[in-house]
Design a protein around this ligand. Structure first.
Ligand SMILES: C[S@@+](CC[C@H](N)C(=O)[O-])C[C@H]1O[C@@H](n2cnc3c(N)ncnc32)[C@H](O)[C@@H]1O
Length: 226
């Protein structure tokens, strides 16, 4: 059963479809860290599941305890049916959940702005905003997703496919510093593809892993907390 998203839906919910190879790479990196640390019981959450590409990647990696959230009801229903008996897929707003049972957070958080969340925004102000002046970009959905997962995670890994703006943008100095303070190991795979640049810089960025329609540079961010 296929589902064609409208342009309005794509914009409002920050939808992008992750190629399975990218999802597998992110999941494999995260799972290999957990296994190297001797953690056998993996309890995974894909909080922004869409059509469930990260669920497939988790299953490919042998992870069996999988929960997934999706905010769009129809999409959640279709994905729940697709993975019936293999993963628990529920229609939920990830940012309203505060579950700390998961030791692996994976996924591709929404792109662009998202609805405000008092708790998460307060935490962003307390942590990421503290060291610089222009805060606007720090309220992007992917930053909220990192803040939210970081606060839910007691010990384990976060592996997200995200906008790579946090790597060089001056206004992310507090974000970068906080990652260093909050995590014991950080791995970043910069997949580039920023086509908001021009000329030579744009050529050097190369193709975007999401295809021609995506102009946002992409990175895989893997964070381990002991
Ligand atoms: C960038 S897409 C990723 C979709 C899919 N996992 C993939 O990678 O191909 C983000 C997904 O998160 C969903 N979403 C947006 N905000 C959400 C929220 N607050 N809670 C749960 N899901 C959300 C969107 O509807 C969309 O399906």
């Amino acid at each position: 059963m296929s589902y064609k998203e409208t342009a309005e839906e794509i914009r409002s919910f920050g939808v992008a479809h992750t190629p399975i190879e990218i999802a597998r790479f992110a999941v494999r990196s995260a799972v290999s860290i957990l296994r190297k640390k001797g953690i056998k019981e993996i309890n995974a959450l894909d909080a922004f599941t869409g059509d469930g590409v990260f669920i497939s990647a988790l299953l490919d990696c042998g992870v069996r305890n999988i929960t997934a959230y999706e905010i769009r009801e129809r999409m959640a229903l279709l994905t729940a049916r697709k993975f019936d008996g293999l993963a628990k897929v529920v229609c939920a707003d990830a940012f309203k959940s505060r579950d700390s049972v998961f030791n692996l957070f994976v996924g591709n958080p929404p792109y662009g702005k998202c609805a405000e969340s008092n708790d998460i925004d307060r935490r962003i102000k307390e942590t990421y905003c503290s060291r610089q002046k222009n805060h606007t970009a720090l309220f992007d959905a992917y930053v909220r997703a990192v803040r939210w997962a970081s606060d839910c995670l007691r010990s384990g890994v976060i592996a997200y496919v995200v906008n790579n703006g946090f790597l060089e943008n001056l206004s992310f100095d507090g974000f970068r510093k906080s990652l260093e303070e909050e995590f014991d190991e950080i791995y970043i795979f910069n997949l580039r593809g920023n086509h908001r640049t021009s000329g030579e810089r744009c050529k050097k960025e190369g193709e975007n892993v999401f295809g021609q329609e995506c102009r946002t540079g992409i990175a895989i961010l893997v964070l381990y907390k002991e």
